[in-house]
Design a protein around this ligand. Structure first.
Ligand SMILES: Cc1cc2nc3c(=O)[nH]c(=O)nc-3n(C[C@H](O)[C@H](O)[C@H](O)COP(=O)(O)OP(=O)(O)OC[C@H]3O[C@@H](n4cnc5c(N)ncnc54)[C@H](O)[C@@H]3O)c2cc1C
Length: 468
C-alpha cells in the first residue's frame, strides 16, 4: 500500500465515502467477508460497501493509486470466490440495489448490486421478465457479465443477448456508457467478458412479456437415466424455442412437496420451462409424457418468480461447493455411460450435475457478435460437489474432479466462465477461442494495467494500448 501512510488514506476514504468501509478487526468483518461458497475463506484488507457510483469511482481510484488488489462483488455467488480477495480492497455493490421498470419501452434498469430475485420481484409486477439463471440469490453482475444461462435461454437467448447498455466505471476512474452506439467495443466485451473491463454500476435490459409459465421438474428412476439422456439429446435440440429443459442428476430432498417414498433417492430429471400458453403447452408436453412416464411430474402452471425461487431452499448460502464444467457439442453413448456411472455415485444430497441447453435463440446469435464464443455448443455441462459439512470437502471435490476427468475427453474444449473455478490462463483462452484476441485488445484499451484481474482474467494485449 502507499508509502503516504495507509491509515491516513483509509481515514480519508472513509470520510469521503457515502457507504461504509469494513476493515479486519471490526465486529462485522467476518460476516462481511463471507461469500456464498463456504469453501472460500479470503481475508480482504478492506470491504467498501458502495452506496452509489461516486463511491465506486473513489474506490477504483483508491485501489489503483495504492496498488491494492481489487475485487468487485455483486451477489457473491462466484464458485471460485472471485467476488472477494485476499489482502486487497473489495468493492461490494450490494447497496446499489434498485430496479426501474419502463413497461412502455419494455426495458428495466438494474442497479449493479441487485440479485435476480430483486429483478424478478420488480418486473413480475408488470408481467415481464429478464432471462437469468435458476437461483434467485445469484447476483445480476457476475451472471450477466459471464453470459447468463437459465430457464429462458432457448426462448430469449442468454442474459447478455438482452443487455441493451451498461454504466461502467473504468480502471482510470472515468464513468462511461456502453451500448451499441456508445463505446461499442466495450459493449461487445462486456457481453461475456466478465468483470475484466470495469465496474458495472447499472445494467439496462430488454424485458420479455413472460408472466405465467408451464414449468417444473420431471424425475425418473436412475435405472432409466441412459434412456432419458438418449431421448433428451435428440428432443431438445429440435424443440420449439418455447420449450427449455435442462437435464440433472440429483437426490430428492427429504421434505414436502416431494413424496416421502422418494426422499433422499438418487434420480435423474429434466427441469422444463414452457413459455407457450397453457393449452398449447399441454399439447407440447404430450410427446414428453408419452416417451416415458416420469416417477414424479411436477410440471404445471407456475408464475415466473416461483420457478426462479424453486431451488433456493435446497441451496442456501454457506454450503461447501466445488465446481467443474465444460461445453458439450454431442452427448455420445459413451459419454452417457460415464454420466450414469457418476450420477449413481452422487456423494451427497446437494451434489448434482446439470446440462443446460444453449441451442434455440442463444445459438442464433453469431459467435463474433458478443464475446461469448460457444454459441455452437449444444450444452453447458457442470458437475458440482456440494455439502453443508466442511468435513466432506475432500469427498465432494474428488467426485467432481473424477467426474470431470471422465467426461472432459467428450467435451468441446472450453467451459462457461461462470461455472469455472480458478483454472488458469489456458482454460480462459480455450473458452473465448477466436474472440480472445479482440478481448485482449479491448482490455489493453480500457484496463491496460490489469487493475480488474480478480476474475477469469483476460490479459491486456501489448499490441494496442491507448488511453480510454
Ligand atoms: C447456486 C448457484 C446457481 C447458479 N446458477 C446459475 C445459472 O443458472 N446460470 C448462470 O449463468 N450462472 C449460474 N451460476 C453461476 C453464476 O453466474 C456465477 O457464479 C456468477 O459469477 C455469480 O455472480 P455474482 O454477481 O453473484 O458473483 P460475485 O461473486 O459477486 O462476482 C463474480 C465475478 O463477477 C464480477 N462482477 C460481479 N458484479 C460485477 C459488476 N457489477 N461489475 C463488474 N464486475 C462484476 C466480479 O468481479 C467477479 O469476478 C450459479 C451460481 C451459483 C452459486
Amino acid at each position: 500500500m502507499s508509502n503516504k501512510g495507509s491509515e491516513d488514506f483509509i481515514k480519508d476514504l472513509k470520510a469521503r465515502l457515502r457507504g461504509t468501509i469494513i476493515g479486519s478487526g471490526e465486529a462485522n468483518y467476518d460476516e462481511a467477508r463471507k461469500v456464498y461458497n463456504a469453501m472460500i475463506d479470503k481475508k480482504p484488507r478492506l470491504i467498501a460497501r458502495c452506496a452509489d457510483v461516486a463511491d465506486v469511482i473513489l474506490c477504483v481510484n483508491f485501489a489503483r493509486e495504492n496498488k491494492l488488489l481489487l475485487a468487485v462483488r455483486c451477489g457473491g455467488h462466484n464458485a471460485g470466490g472471485l467476488g472477494i480477495v485476499e489482502d486487497g480492497l473489495v468493492i461490494d455493490l450490494a447497496p446499489i440495489k434498485y430496479t426501474g421498470v419502463d413497461p412502455t419501452s419494455g426495458t428495466a434498469t438494474v442497479g449493479g448490486g441487485c440479485t435476480w430475485g430483486d429483478v424478478d420481484h420488480a418486473t413480475h409486477a408488470f408481467g415481464m421478465a429478464v432471462p437469468s439463471g435458476i437461483i434467485s440469490t445469484t447476483g445480476v453482475g457476475g451472471l450477466t457479465l459471464g453470459g447468463g444461462i437459465g430457464h429462458l435461454t432457448r426462448k430469449c437467448g442468454l442474459t447478455i443477448d438482452n443487455l441493451l447498455s451498461a454504466d461502467v466505471v473504468l480502471a482510470n476512474g472515468n464513468f462511461v456508457k456502453a451500448s451499441a452506439d456508445k463505446n461499442p467495443d466495450l459493449y461487445w466485451a462486456l457481453r461475456g467478458g466478465g468483470g475484466n473491463f470495469g465496474v458495472v454500476t447499472a445494467f439496462e435490459f430488454k424485458l420479455h412479456k413472460i408472466d405465467m409459465l408451464y414449468a417444473g421438474p420431471m424425475l425418473y428412476e436412475l435405472s432409466d437415466a441412459a434412456d432419458v439422456m438418449k431421448w433428451y439429446r435428440e428432443f431438445i435440440v429440435d424443440a420449439s424455442d418455447d420449450l427449455n429443459g435442462w437435464f440433472a442428476f440429483l437426490t430428492v430432498p427429504p421434505w414436502p412437496p416431494f413424496p416421502e417414498d422418494l426422499h433422499l433417492k438418487k434420480m435423474c430429471g429434466i427441469v422444463w420451462t414452457c413459455t407457450a400458453p397453457q393449452a398449447e403447452a399441454e399439447v407440447m408436453f404430450k410427446p414428453i409424457r408419452a416417451f416415458k412416464k416420469p416417477a414424479l411430474d411436477f410440471v404445471g402452471p407456475l408464475p415466473q418468480p416461483a420457478l426462479q425461487t424453486l431451488f433456493d431452499p435446497i441451496y442456501p448460502p454457506g454450503l461447501q461447493w466445488y465446481w467443474r464444467a465444460d461445453f458439450v457439442n454431442e452427448l455420445s453413448d459413451a459419454a452417457i455411460a460415464q454420466h450414469v456411472r457418476f450420477g449413481q455415485a452422487l456423494p451427497s444430497m446437494h451434489s448434482t450435475m446439470h446440462l443446460y441447453p444453449i441451442n434455440g435463440a442463444a445459438a442464433r446469435v453469431g459467435k463474433e457478435k458478443t464475446a461469448w464464443n460457444y454459441r455452437d455448443a449444444n450444452w453447458a455441462q457442470v458437475m458440482v460437489g456440494v455439502d453443508p459439512d466442511p468435513a466432506n470437502k475432500e469427498k465432494i471435490t474428488k467426485w467432481t474432479k473424477d467426474y470431470f476427468d471422465a467426461l472432459h475427453p467428450f467435451s468441446a474444449g472450453g467451459a462457461y466462465v461462470n461455472f469455472m473455478m480458478e483454472e488458469g490462463e489456458d482454460r480462459v483462452k480455450a473458452t473465448y477461442g477466436a474472440n480472445y484476441k479482440r478481448l485482449a485488445e479491448i482490455k489493453a484499451k480500457y484496463d491496460p494495467e490489469n487493475l480488474f484481474r480478480v476474475n477469469q482474467n483476460i490479459k491486456p494485449s501489448d499490441a494496442k494500448r491507448a488511453p480510454a
